[in-house]
Design a protein around this ligand. Structure first.
Ligand code: SF4
Ligand code: SF4
Length: 133
């Protein structure tokens, strides 16, 4: 017997779409690129937590081959360590062609990363992570 696929209900599709949007943690318009961030002086504390956030790829980025999570289109794929798939040697392996979300993001006003940016006091996401990695 051939199984006939049932059409998903529109309400289910809409609910899935909105819960998907809520999960995205870095979007191109959510950064604060006006504030210069001295990453090199901070990575020993932040552990590059920004490369663990979910980030949304643009259509152009998907089309040029950036890998996304098959179960979460079009969220940048992560490795088994929870870091972005393109992380390499503790840095970005595709720095020159990294997604626009990475280019425009700044952690300077992101309380998940820095409870106090100037005094380099880590935020909740970083503190939680120190037990994971
Ligand atoms: S969390 Fe901030 S300081 Fe750390 S690597 Fe990312 S942008 Fe740089
Ligand atoms: S593309 Fe590069 S900068 Fe962006 S999350 Fe991945 S490793 Fe980090």
């Amino acid at each position: 017997m051939v199984e006939v696929a049932t059409k998903p209900k529109l309400s289910d599709v809409i609910n899935r779409y909105f819960s998907h949007l809520k999960e995205i943690q870095i979007q191109p318009d959510r950064g604060h690129p006006d504030v210069e961030v001295d990453c090199a002086a901070r990575v020993h504390i932040c552990k590059t937590v920004c490369c663990r956030f979910k980030l949304a790829l643009t259509r152009e980025e998907v089309e040029r081959g950036l890998k996304f999570d098959i179960d979460n289109p079009y969220i940048m794929r992560k490795g088994s360590d929870g870091y972005c798939y393109e992380t390499k040697d503790g840095g970005c392996g595709i720095y020159e062609s990294r997604p626009v979300a990475c280019r425009t993001y700044s952690c300077a006003k992101d309380k998940r990363v820095w409870e106090d940016f100037d005094r380099m006091i880590p935020g909740k996401r970083v503190r939680e992570m120190s037990f994971q990695v």
